[in-house]
Design a protein around this ligand. Structure first.
Ligand SMILES: Cc1cc2nc3c(=O)[nH]c(=O)nc-3n(C[C@H](O)[C@H](O)[C@H](O)COP(=O)(O)OP(=O)(O)OC[C@H]3O[C@@H](n4cnc5c(N)ncnc54)[C@H](O)[C@@H]3O)c2cc1C
Length: 450
């Protein structure tokens, strides 16, 4: 078999030419597009799935800590979800645990509200549209090639924001990045989340309370012993999250697969096969318990849930030391108080569920090296593995999106490259729009509560 094939050069039709193009409509991308449009930029959002939300919807992740007390578009979003019964509002100061029922939401209402807000903001949108190739000339990204049902087309833009989670656009544009553990490039396990439907009283849930959620591994082990069934749990701290907004639904985080590279389709395929087996095996076992006798798998994530892939290298790399000490920066665009959550890859590492003072995310960590008009937001922002294990939490990713969208629009207005822009201007623009850069200075407790 030949190693390569030759693809003919071709002319590609330009579908649109805009100010700001946001690639990926997940946690960071939704807020990047809303902020960019709010600041007057002609904004285009492309998303490879048929709905918005990314990890928050297609991976079923719940709850989302670090949304409360943030202000800005995140607050508007939570208010809209609450109006529709998709989120129960709580006073941040009254919430005992960040990772708890108080931060859960209904996935379908999340999808609906995201689409409504994007549409109302006048953001141009194409769903089912993956970005396949950046168009780069002399360290400038002119736009991206997309490939969808209409064929292969280009969308050009003055600024591009990579919100793909994996940094697909930045990496393909030649921006340097790091991936995985230094010694062998390995990354933490990946997961496939699922909803278990079980119409029983939550008061009687036989799982073990752990902070604001419920561990399920002890029950699985006990049931297997009692029923004399051979069973090994794939995740020692497998847990369940009942969702008060969606009665009868329990979110289960149990399927875990090691040695997967989330940027390789063959690995993701293998992860789907293995995790579906794990889900069915665990559900069959649970049904031996009277509480779960009529439980069934109501839905699974459409994507494998990847904790970490590329970390794009930017003007500033947020480090473990920054996270542990709670570093402050003049150009902070948000802060992160979520715990350091390193999932050990093997026995040479220990799991760290470590609290720290809130640390700032500086504007410079959203600015990749090399390409002058590209910004990044979400879990791939410039950071080391330990800092990433905290800042990858959903609410922090949303805030990096809001900041990147604001910065992209401002940099066009001011006629400067994002790299040359003073980060304090971005900070001020966010504050003017009601964003609390450091919510822990207000109503949110300083310490992450897990
Ligand atoms: C197992 C696991 C558990 C977690 N648990 C929690 C939790 O309980 N709570 C929490 O808040 N966070 C949790 N996280 C972390 C958090 O959900 C994510 O890190 C965060 O939401 C990532 O946001 P993002 O915007 O970077 O990416 P995403 O939200 O994943 O968005 C990326 C979007 O880009 C789209 N996309 C990708 N590539 C392309 C392309 N080439 N072209 C166009 N579109 C593209 C995707 O379809 C997606 O919509 C967890 C992560 C994992 C893996």
């Amino acid at each position: 078999m030949a190693d390569t094939v030759f693809e003919e050069a071709r002319e590609t039709k330009v579908f649109d030419s805009v100010d700001v193009l946001v690639c990926g409509g997940g946690s960071s991308g939704i807020f990047a597009a809303l902020a960019s449009a709010h600041h007057g930029a002609d904004t285009f959002l492309i998303e490879k799935e048929g709905f918005l939300g990314g990890t928050a919807t297609n991976y079923l992740v719940n709850p989302i800590p670090e949304m409360m007390g943030k202000g800005g578009f995140i607050q508007n979003f939570m208010d809209r979800m609450a109006e529709m019964g998709g989120y129960i509002k709580h006073e941040p100061s009254e919430v005992k645990y960040d990772f708890s029922l108080a931060n859960t939401y209904d996935v379908e209402i999340f999808k609906f509200v995201a689409l409504e807000m994007i549409d109302e903001a006048g953001v141009k949108l194409l769903l089912h549209t993956p970005a396949v190739k950046p168009v780069v000339e002399n360290d400038i990204i002119r736009g991206v090639i997309v490939e969808n049902k209409s064929g292969r087309q280009a969308i050009l833009a003055k600024r591009v924001i990579d919100c793909t989670g994996d940094g697909d656009v930045a990496a393909r544009a030649g921006v340097p990045y790091e991936k995985g553990r230094e010694k062998d490039d390995l990354m933490p396990s990946v997961s496939l989340l699922f909803h278990l439907h079980n119409d029983k009283d939550l008061e009687d849930l036989p799982a073990t309370p752990f902070g604001g959620i419920f561990l399920i591994s002890p029950l699985l082990k006990k049931t297997a012993r009692k029923e004399k069934i051979k069973y090994k749990t794939p995740y020692d701290v497998a847990f369940m999250v009942p969702m008060p907004v969606s009665p009868g639904k329990l979110l289960v985080n149990l399927a875990h697969v090691k040695n997967i590279d989330g940027t390789k389709s063959e690995d993701l395929t293998r992860a789907h096969i293995i995790s579906r087996r794990q889900i069915m095996e665990a559900t069959d076992l649970l049904r031996h318990h009277p509480y779960f006798s009529s439980a069934y798998v109501a839905s699974t994530g459409t994507s494998i849930y990847v904790r970490e892939t590329r970390r794009i290298i930017g003007e500033y790399i947020i480090t473990e030391e920054d996270a542990v000490k709670g570093a402050h920066f003049d150009d902070a665009i948000t802060s992160c108080r979520y715990m350091i959550d390193v999932h050990p890859i093997d026995s040479s590492e220990t799991g760290r569920y470590e609290k720290h003072p809130p640390f700032d995310i500086p504007y410079r960590s959203l600015i990749p090296l090399k390409i002058n008009n590209l910004l990044i937001a979400g879990r791939c922002v410039s950071s080391d593995r330990v800092a990433q294990s905290a800042l990858r939490i959903g609410g922090t990713c949303m805030s990096t999106g809001e900041a990147a969208g604001t910065a992209a629009a401002l940099s066009i207005q001011k006629g400067v490259k994002p790299r040359e822009m003073d980060g304090t201007l971005v900070q001020k623009a966010l504050e003017t729009h009601g964003v609390n850069i450091r919510p822990e200075k207000g109503t949110v407790p300083e310490e992450c509560m897990f």
